[in-house]
Design a protein around this ligand. Structure first.
Ligand SMILES: [Zn+2]
Length: 199
């Protein structure tokens, strides 16, 4: 019996490590999977394995893709001189859903947070500088959250780019302070994008 509960505990722990899932939800999901038909858990594990095996990061922007270069970067109709910097795929997805950005993206993979030991070198920022020197970029739109970490990262980027001659803008503060892009309603986010300001 001890062995069984260890297996269950391991399953619960694995779910509890996922973002947005507390221990209570982790337990509910685990019980659900154990009680449901085997097909349910098989489909879940196959989906995870397939996503892990087939999805990678775009060589240019670090968006998720099945190819070397993502659909957005390889789309001839997107304006390559306009780069929107986002923290992660969910934020990128939010901007795409709004359909207001006709340029391309650059996914940082996180925000600078010295308290958590996350410095600029742990993020995808150096490749941004390379992109700018080579690509005829005209405007960088900082599409990062208005939080301490978002502000620190935005400042770092603007410092790094200050001699590049590239225009740097940031989303207007329609997004609540400390609020997250992922959870901002569409109208507010659209407005913040349209009313972006020089940074
Ligand atoms: Zn890309």
């Amino acid at each position: 019996m001890g062995n069984h509960s260890e297996i269950l505990q391991n399953l619960i722990d694995s779910f509890a490590k996922l973002p947005g899932i507390g221990r209570k939800s982790a337990r509910r999901i685990s019980y659900y999977l154990i009680n449901s038909d085997e097909k349910v858990s098989r489909r879940l594990s196959e989906a995870v394995t397939e996503a892990k095996n087939r999805l990678g990061l775009c060589r240019i922007c670090r968006n998720l893709t099945e190819h070397e270069i993502c659909d957005i970067c390889s789309d001839g109709n997107r304006d390559k001189s306009l780069i929107c910097i986002v923290e992660n795929f969910s934020d990128l997805y939010m901007f795409e859903k709004l359909n207001i950005h006709r340029g391309v993206y650059h996914v940082t993979g996180g925000l600078i947070s010295p308290l958590d030991g996350i410095g600029p070198s742990s993020l995808n920022l150096n490749s941004l500088l390379e992109r700018i020197t080579g690509d005829g970029v005209k405007e960088i739109i900082i599409g990062l959250n208005h939080s301490v970490e978002g502000d620190t990262t935005a400042l770092y980027i603007s410092e790094k780019l200050k001699d590049s001659g590239v225009k740097i803008t940031r989303l207007a503060t329609g997004i609540p302070i400390g609020g997250e892009i992922e959870f901002t309603d569409e109208i507010t986010l659209k407005q913040a994008f349209v009313e972006r300001r020089n940074f």
